[in-house]
Design a binder for this molecule. Structure first.
Ligand code: GTP
Length: 371
């Protein structure tokens, strides 16, 4: 089975993490985010994966290689300009030397999931569908575009921004699709086409089905809040991934050449060459990338600190993200889902919270913000 993964978006909602690195390559715990999708697809028998790329494709190629280490064969297709979700699929099909097969998967490139794709493919075959949408239930349906499913699993319609009294379903699209080749005929070539807005509605009553992945783990990691949630869930084992197997009985995994004089509270994953100084407390639910330095007396909890970042003496980083090379001076407090972009430098005594995002290269002197 082939799969096409759409990775051509700019990932604006995950900035500043995606200001310098494309979303599929942003590290999630100990590997690029896309590794989870590839490992998941490989477990479900997918062998060939086409990455439909636009933004910064070179970094994606360098990070993922030929896919062998994830159990798949990767092909990259680069759009000259963004074609939209449908346009990107059609473009990829035209660019591939062998085209796409009679039946294939299409996936949004930002889902962390362990959904049973095999069950969705089996249902697709059994119903003779032209397209089968993977669906997941959500707790607060008012915030999403919803999908109505009938008892025979046909998609009965879509509800965009529904009023409270209209809501009679809690299913949303999971960004996991099984498609027959003939769906490509519904996408006009050479133009920007949204498959959600232009193709699915045309297929209602004409071969569009849905599979509800009840009970599966599913998360769109496209915002800082959800990126943190995904990291926490991987560490806690709430989603099936290869990371959990690396943790010891205390929930710890350390890379090589780490020096820990402070205290680790699992689950914690440390990259290579990390230093946790005397009196520092790291964990629970913390990821430190390679060569992260946590100074004496600092606290890091429920946080992601990417490679070469520094947490200064006595500082607190809780519920926040530090991108690669960020440097937090002494006695700072970084909380409230704040995100420090690559190479941000904070002097001593700054207080950053309330979802504040500092973009790559920002430098603040001592005591500059209390937010
Ligand atoms: P935001 O900018 O934060 O909304 O993120 P995004 O760019 O990823 O957009 P969105 O989540 O709406 O896109 C859903 C999926 O489709 C993502 O995996 C995108 O990478 C992908 N995608 C969106 N537009 C295009 C496009 O024009 N070409 C390709 N190849 N992929 C696209």
């Amino acid at each position: 089975m082939q799969a096409v993964i759409l990775v051509g978006g700019e990932g604006t909602r995950l900035r500043p993490l995606t200001s310098t690195v494309p979303k599929p390559v942003v590290p999630l715990v100990d590997r690029p985010f896309m590794a989870y999708m590839l490992e998941w697809l490989s477990r479900h028998g997918v062998e060939d994966v086409v990455m439909a790329c636009g933004f910064l494709p070179t970094m994606l190629r360098e990070a993922l290689g030929d896919g062998a280490r994830y159990g798949v064969r990767l092909t990259f297709v680069e759009e000259p300009e963004p074609m939209g979700t449908g346009g990107a699929l059609r473009y990829a099909a035209e660019q591939l030397p062998g085209g796409l097969g009679e039946r294939f998967l299409m996936l949004n490139g930002d889902v962390l999931t362990d959904a049973d794709v095999r069950a969705q493919i089996d249902q697709h075959e059994a119903t003779g569908a032209r397209a089968t949408l993977g669906l997941v239930p959500v707790e607060d349906p008012s915030a999403y575009g919803l999908v109505r499913l009938s008892a025979d699993r046909k998609v009965a319609g879509f509800l965009e921004k529904p009023k409270a009294e209209e809501i009679d379903t809690n299913l949303i699209s999971a960004g996991i699709y099984v498609l027959e080749h003939s769906v490509l005929d519904l996408i006009e070539p050479g133009r920007n086409v949204s498959i959600e807005r232009e193709v699915w509605p045309a297929l209602v009553g004409a071969g569009l089905y849905g599979t509800a992945h009840e009970g599966a783990y599913w998360l769109d990691i496209g915002t800082p809040d959800r990126y943190l949630e995904g990291s926490r869930d991987i560490l806690a084992g709430a989603v099936r991934t290869a990371v959990r197997e690396r943790l010891d009985a205390h929930g710890l995994a350390r890379g090589e050449a780490c020096r820990v004089d402070g205290h680790l509270r699992g689950p914690v994953v440390l990259g290579d060459g990390c230093v946790v100084e005397e009196g520092a407390v790291v964990g629970p639910h913390v990821v430190l990338g390679d060569r992260v330095h946590v100074a004496p007396g600092a606290t890091v909890e429920d946080a992601v600190v990417l490679s070469d970042a520094v947490v200064g003496r006595g500082s607190v980083v809780r519920g926040a993200i530090l991108a690669a090379g960020a440097h937090v001076g002494a006695d700072c407090t970084i909380t409230g889902h704040a995100v420090l972009g690559e190479g941000v430098r904070l002097g001593a005594g700054n207080v950053v919270g309330h979802g504040m995002r500092l973009f790559p290269g920002v430098e603040l002197p001592d005591g500059a913000v209390a937010f």
